[in-house]
Design a protein around this ligand. Structure first.
Ligand SMILES: NC(=O)c1ccc[n+]([C@@H]2O[C@H](COP(=O)([O-])OP(=O)(O)OC[C@H]3O[C@@H](n4cnc5c(N)ncnc54)[C@H](OP(=O)(O)O)[C@@H]3O)[C@@H](O)[C@H]2O)c1
Length: 340
C-alpha cells in the first residue's frame, strides 16, 4: 500500500469538505488505488495543528469551518498551534484567492516545493499572479503541481485538454466557467428578474458571496480561462492581457429581447487562435439553441474544446459547490499517486 502524508492549508468551506471526503472515501481509495491518504497537518490563519500519526479526521470533518476550530482542536488535544509542519508528501492549498498578490497561497506553495512536496491547489491566486515562478520552483525541486480545483473544479477542463485530447491541436476553448454568474443569468432569463434581483436571490441561497465582484465582473471566469490558455494553448498571459466584461450591466430589456429571439445570454470565456496569436475575452454573449453550451443552466458550468482532429469536444455539469471543489482536489491527489 502506497502511503501519502497530506498537509492542508485553509480550513474553510472547501478545506473542511476535503477532510470530510477523506473520511468518506478512504476505504474505497485504498481498495481501488492501493493508496492510503493520511492528514498530518492543517493550517489556519493562526498556525498549524500537526500529528505525525495522523489528525483525527472524524472530529475535524464535523467541526465548524474556520480557523477557530483549529485552535479548539489544539486546545482539546493539548497541543500548540505551530508556525510550520513536519515531513509530508503533498500540500493541498485551500486558502482564499487573492489574484493580485497571490497570497497566502503563493508562500504556502513555494514553501511546500522547497520541502520537496507535491502540491494540489484549489486556490487560484498564486497561479494567476505568479504562474511562471510557481512552475520554475516546482521544476527546480523536481516536484509536481495539480490544480483542477482552480480551473472550474468539479467540471473537468484541464484533464480533458491534457489527457483526452493529447496529440490534437486545441485551436479554441469556450466555456461557461462560473456557476454563480450562470445561476444569475438563468434566473434573469427564466423569470424576467433584473440583475440586482437575481443577485440578491443568489446571495440569499448562499450561491453568491456578499462581495460578489470577482464573479459578476467576470474576474473569476477570466482567471480560469487564463490558466487553461497558459497550460493548453502555450500562452504566458496575465489578467491585464485579457478583455474582461462582467454580467452586471445586462438589463432586463436585453434579456427579454434575447428570449424573444430564442437565444440566451451566457458569460462566455473564450481563448482562440487567430492570425498566429491567442486571443482571450470574457463577455456576455447570446447563444442559440444549437450551441453546445445552450443547455448549461443554473449553477452548472460547461466547456467546449475545438480541435483539429477530434472536432468539438464538450463537457458540462460540475455544479459549483465546496464539495465539488474538494472532490476535484481529491481527484488530483489520486491521479498523482495512483499506480494503476
Ligand atoms: N467555495 C467554492 O465552491 C470554491 C470552488 C473552487 C475554488 N474555491 C477556492 O478555494 C479556496 C477556499 O475557498 P472557501 O470557499 O473554502 O473559502 P473560505 O470558506 O473563506 O475559507 C478559507 C479559509 O482559509 C483561512 N485562511 C485565511 N488566511 C489564511 C492563511 N494565511 N493561512 C491559512 N489559512 C488561512 C480562512 O481563515 P478564517 O476562518 O480565519 O477566515 C478560512 O478558514 C479559495 O481560494 C476559493 O477561490 C472555492
Amino acid at each position: 500500500m502506497r502511503k501519502k502524508n497530506i498537509v492542508l492549508t485553509g480550513f474553510g468551506a472547501v478545506g473542511r469538505e476535503f477532510i470530510h471526503l477523506l473520511r468518506e472515501k478512504s476505504e474505497i481509495i485504498k481498495e481501488n488505488y492501493n493508496l492510503e491518504l493520511r492528514l498530518v497537518a492543517v493550517g489556519g490563519r493562526d498556525g498549524f495543528i500537526c500529528s505525525d500519526e495522523g489528525l483525527n479526521i472524524d472530529i475535524l470533518s464535523e467541526a465548524e469551518p474556520g480557523s477557530k476550530s483549529l485552535a479548539d482542536y489544539a486546545h482539546d488535544f493539548r497541543m500548540s498551534l505551530t508556525n510550520s509542519y513536519g515531513k509530508a508528501d503533498v500540500l493541498v492549498e485551500a486558502t482564499p484567492t487573492d489574484v493580485e498578490s497571490g497570497e497566502p497561497g503563493f508562500t504556502n506553495i513555494i514553501t511546500a516545493f522547497s520541502n520537496r512536496m507535491d502540491v494540489v491547489t484549489i486556490s487560484k491566486g498564486a497561479l494567476v499572479a505568479r504562474y511562471d515562478t510557481v512552475f520554475e520552483v516546482a521544476k527546480a525541486n523536481k516536484v509536481r503541481l495539480k490544480y483542477s480545483g482552480a480551473t472550474a473544479a468539479a467540471l473537468p477542463t484541464k484533464d480533458i485538454g491534457e489527457i483526452s485530447l493529447a496529440g490534437s491541436e486545441i485551436v479554441g476553448i469556450e466555456g461557461i466557467l462560473n456557476g454563480t454568474t450562470n445561476y444569475i443569468l438563468t434566473r434573469m432569463h427564466e423569470e424576467g428578474l433584473s440583475f440586482e434581483e437575481a443577485l440578491r436571490t443568489a446571495q440569499q441561497k448562499g450561491i453568491a458571496e456578499t462581495n460578489s465582484d470577482l464573479d459578476v465582473k467576470g474576474i473569476d471566469s477570466a482567471c480560469k480561462i487564463l490558466l487553461l490558455s497558459n497550460d493548453l494553448l502555450g500562452t504566458r498571459y496575465s489578467l491585464k492581457d485579457l478583455s474582461i466584461q462582467g454580467i452586471d450591466r445586462l438589463t432586463k430589456e436585453q434579456m427579454a429581447e434575447s428570449k424573444r429571439r430564442g437565444t440566451k445570454f451566457k458569460l462566455l470565456a473564450k481563448a482562440y487562435k487567430q492570425d498566429g496569436k491567442v486571443h482571450i475575452n470574457i463577455a456576455p454573449a447570446e447563444i442559440g439553441p444549437g450551441h453546445m453550451l445552450a443547455a448549461v443552466d443554473g449553477t452548472n458550468k460547461g466547456i467546449v474544446f475545438h480541435t483539429d482532429t477530434m472536432g468539438a469536444v464538450c463537457a458540462f455539469g460540475g455544479s459549483s459547490s465546496p464539495r465539488g471543489a474538494a472532490a476535484a482536489a481529491l481527484k488530483d491527489l489520486i491521479n498523482l499517486y495512483r499506480d494503476n
